[in-house]
Design a protein around this ligand. Structure first.
Ligand code: ZN
Length: 288
């Protein structure tokens, strides 16, 4: 297959255009169109247009889509010549492939959806670039594993074995086949990242602040004051009666000034979630 140089940071970004490129007898051709926010992941010149892909040996749809820079975890469903298709389907000569992101509110048969729908509480594991996002998610009560030295191999294993959603800034990590549920975090600022993740995974209704340790992710326990009074500063002991305690790192929590600051921060962080996202009303018809 022919391969252009990546336009910017995207690895293996490809743009195939038959114009001026002789199509030899053994070469085959397919058309790709990426919809909605998937365009953000394409190189600039590939956005919002039909792309012609010329190939010799057929690859799976997963491999070709990822060669365009779009990790499979970002793809909600694929239509091949108008029919739902799996990642494993091999590309054929003359194919017309439409690639759609994960829409949160879309009336589509579950059989066509390529991303598993995590049941029950959504749990996360975050790559080493996302420490602040992990703290923010814990602040809102979400189970979020994070270590600043977690090797990539361990992250993908944890995601697979514990069925945790892998949040990453590294699209190479999300290309791994073992990762069945992941998300490429776009924003650079932790607060914007939080809003992005809450919207993508529809977390707004599950926010439960102050129930998880921000440092170690353990669920906090309500504890009688006298059990931890030896750990408290005299002023804290004097003015506060309600305490929670982290059994993971032995940290006491109480509703002091840090609590009020954090409550204000949480209020500001989740404010954008109370306004409609521009994506909320996206549908197949508007995406096209
Ligand atoms: Zn802790």
């Amino acid at each position: 297959m022919y391969c252009d140089q990546p336009e910017h940071e995207m690895e293996n970004s490809v743009d195939y255009d038959p114009a001026g490129m002789p199509k030899t007898a053994h070469m085959q051709q397919a058309q790709f169109r990426f919809y909605a926010e998937l365009n953000d992941l394409l190189s600039l010149r590939n956005r919002q247009r039909t792309l012609v892909y010329i190939f010799g040996v057929p690859s799976s749809l997963k491999d070709v889509i990822e060669a365009f820079g779009v990790p499979h975890t970002e793809v909600g469903f694929i239509l091949a010549n108008g029919e739902p298709a799996a990642f494993s389907r091999l590309l054929r000569d003359g194919d017309s492939i439409s690639v759609y992101p994960v829409f949160r509110s879309l009336d589509i048969t579950p059989l066509a959806l390529l991303q598993p729908q995590p049941e029950g509480e959504k749990r996360f594991v975050l790559d080493t670039h996302l420490g602040k996002l992990a703290a923010h998610l814990r602040m809102l009560g979400f189970d979020s594993l994070y270590r600043n030295d977690n090797p990539d191999e361990e992250l993908v294993q944890i995601s697979a074995t514990e069925q945790r959603i892998l949040l990453s800034k590294d699209r190479g990590l999300l290309r791994r086949s073992i990762v069945t549920c992941g998300y490429l975090v776009r924003a650079a600022q932790p607060r914007e990242q939080l809003v992005e993740v809450c919207r993508r995974f529809d977390l707004n209704g599950s926010i439960a602040p102050f129930r998880r340790c921000i440092k170690c992710n353990t669920l906090l326990q309500v504890v009688p004051k006298d059990l931890i009074s030896d750990r408290l500063q005299p002023e804290t002991r004097k003015h506060y009666d309600e305490f929670r305690f982290c059994p993971g790192c032995n940290r006491p929590y109480w509703k002091g000034s840090h609590y009020r600051r954090m409550a204000g921060l949480i209020e500001r962080m989740i404010k954008p979630l109370k306004t409609a996202s521009p994506d909320d009303n996206k549908s197949l018809s508007t995406a096209a």
